[in-house]
Design a protein around this ligand. Structure first.
Ligand code: ZN
Length: 332
């Protein structure tokens, strides 16, 4: 019998204020609208709580970013320029403020989980974060929401062994950079093979350096991989590492751009597989981390399926092993 607990959604109307130059840009505010529409129409709605975060403080941002980058980002947005470094990274006057609110969601989520105020947490935020490096933006990302949350968990609560699990279709180069030289924290990424996909990092031989050697695990999938290959990695490659590493907490970089209809990748995942992932991750949280699992929205750009994919994932988190059994015959 699965343990049924609610999910707290951390989100904010401020996220609609990050204007990426119109709806021609894939990372636009409608992404959050379609997710909210799917949740409002879902039978799981009564099991969801919604709260708003406060923005991350400068000190919290500095746990993951260099001050020169924060100054530069502020300067660019206040000067009215349209993008930072590359036209992918569109900004408006409000973008720095909104990015601080997005980073604040992960921090609020950690506080909730540590205070017993939430069963599980999903941060429904934008802009996304996993490509952002300590000193520069990358791939629609400005502040690395997952790394900032991980540092908060370590610095405020003493949970040193943080695992970030990333199932976005793209490699989270910014998360890897943050952790690849230190022991005790871990990054596992499942993504489309870097030979075919942005940003061109995440080869399986990238395993970390010095004390961090072996703490980075990249599991690239070839285009066309599909659900079975994804679930096989979760069962055979990821769970044994979680059992061995015994993380204090898991942060999930939850990206939904591996969907078969999302043209950002060729991974060919179904909507339903995200429910299965939610079920697996719920079970891992119960078994291995005392329920300390924080999920943070990353990519997912096909508006016709993004809301349903997120809804499926949350249903999986809520129903745990039940969803797992219902949607796959594999052991999960
Ligand atoms: Zn992505």
């Amino acid at each position: 019998m699965a343990v049924h607990r609610g999910v707290t959604i951390i989100t904010d109307s401020a996220y609609f204020d990050h204007d990426t130059g119109g709806f021609g840009h894939p990372e636009n505010p409608v992404r959050l609208e379609v997710i909210m529409d799917a949740l409002v129409a879902s039978p799981i709605l009564p099991r969801l709580d919604f709260i708003a975060p406060v923005p991350a403080t400068r000190e919290q941002l500095l746990s993951a970013h260099r001050e020169e980058w924060l100054f530069r980002l502020e300067e660019v947005v206040l000067s009215g320029r349209s993008h930072v470094d590359h036209s992918d990274n569109q900004v408006c006057y409000e973008s720095y403020r909104v990015a601080c609110h997005a980073a604040g969601a992960g921090i609020a989520g950690v506080d909730l989980l540590e205070g017993g105020g939430a069963g599980q947490v999903f941060c429904m935020v934008r802009p996304p974060g996993h490509h952002a490096e300590a000193t520069r933006p990358f791939g629609f990302c400005f502040l690395n929401n997952c790394v900032i949350a991980a540092r908060h968990w370590q610095l405020t609560y003493g949970r040193q062994r943080i695992l970030i699990l990333d199932f976005d279709a793209h490699h989270g180069n910014g998360i890897q950079s943050a952790f690849e030289r230190e022991a005790g924290s871990y990054y596992i990424s499942v993504h489309e093979h870097p030979s075919f996909s942005y940003p061109g990092t995440g080869y399986s031989d990238e395993v970390g350096f010095d004390e961090g050697r072996g703490t980075i695990v990249n599991l690239p999938l070839k285009p066309g991989a599909g659900d079975a290959a994804l679930l096989d990695l979760f069962v055979r490659k990821i769970e044994p590492r979680i059992v061995a590493w015994k993380p204090d907490a898991i942060i999930v970089a939850a990206g939904f751009d591996g969907h078969r209809l999302d043209d950002m990748s060729g991974l060919q995942f179904s909507t339903e597989v995200y429910g299965t992932l939610g079920g697996i991750i719920h079970r891992w949280g119960e078994l291995y981390t005392g329920g300390r699992v924080l999920s943070v929205l990353e990519g997912g750009y096909e508006l016709s399926v993004l809301g349903h994919s997120v809804e499926a994932y949350l249903r999986g988190l809520l129903d745990g092993a039940d969803t797992c059994k219902a949607t796959t015959k594999r052991r999960c």
